[in-house]
Design a protein around this ligand. Structure first.
Ligand SMILES: *[C@@H]1O[C@H](CO)[C@@H](O)[C@H](O)[C@H]1NC(C)=O
Length: 226
């Protein structure tokens, strides 16, 4: 029993360790809305897309030190597109401990962003910086209706250095951004191998402890039989 408990504790510690540099947001995707026939075209914003087909992005993200005007550092915007309507997802950002940064992740539906002055302003500023970047036009989906969300990303550098260059412009942070659908709306798909491993470990150790116990039992009983 003790080794099993130890394994569990160890495993929990490992998990906690692995998640130390992860920030995430869990959400249920909205119903599909009509996008081509009404409202502003999202293509014009030139925002980078994350879709279930292309669900992992490696990025170099600009961060800034918190200031009075930007207490959460620099804003970055993405679009989550071609989502399965009313499915639970999570978006995770992972980064190296060697680049200390605070991240905030929020998802908003389109009407909320367009109705909130602070958000639409931040989105407009970001979209302007994106116009300059040549990005291959995404083919996009041909569907007239689509479940989509805005992903609002804020990155604040969180370190102190005597190096003035670093303090004036913190280096970009290498991150991995992952869109992960939940299986039956309950369990992140990417954690499935871990879950299988834990179950296999539990079943294996249960069988093993049964065998050991049986062997101990039969060896202690032997003198009585002889
Ligand atoms: C400060 O950091 C920059 C960027 O990493 C580096 O190029 C420069 O050599 C550093 N300066 C000092 C004095 O360490």
């Amino acid at each position: 029993m003790i080794p099993k408990a130890c394994m569990t504790v160890l495993f929990v510690l490992l998990l906690a360790q692995a998640h130390a540099n992860t920030e995430k947001v869990i959400f249920v995707s909205p119903p599909a809305v009509s996008i081509k026939t009404s409202g502003p075209s999202f293509e014009q914003l030139h925002l980078p897309h994350i879709t279930p087909e292309k669900s992992s992005l490696r990025l170099s993200l600009q961060a800034a030190f918190p200031s009075e005007r930007q207490p959460r550092g620099l804003d970055t915007w993405y679009m989550l597109r071609s989502l399965n309507p009313t499915q639970r997802y999570e978006v995770r950002v992972c980064w190296a401990a060697t680049q200390p940064t605070n991240f905030w992740l929020d998802v908003y539906n389109t009407s909320h962003v367009f109705d909130t002055p602070d958000l639409i302003q931040s989105l407009a500023v970001f979209a302007e910086t994106q116009q300059a970047i040549e990005r291959p036009q995404s083919t996009g989906s041909e569907a007239l209706e689509e479940s989509l969300l805005f992903l609002h990303f804020q990155a604040a550098a969180d370190f102190f250095s005597t190096n003035r260059t670093l303090m004036n412009s913190p280096p970009a942070v290498d991150v991995e951004l992952i869109l992960d659908p939940y299986l039956v709306n309950a369990f992140p798909r990417s954690l499935l191998p871990t879950a299988i491993y834990v179950v296999a470990l539990a079943v294996g150790s249960w069988i093993l402890s049964g065998m050991i116990w049986k062997r101990l039992f039969s060896s202690t009983n032997k003198p009585h039989n002889d």
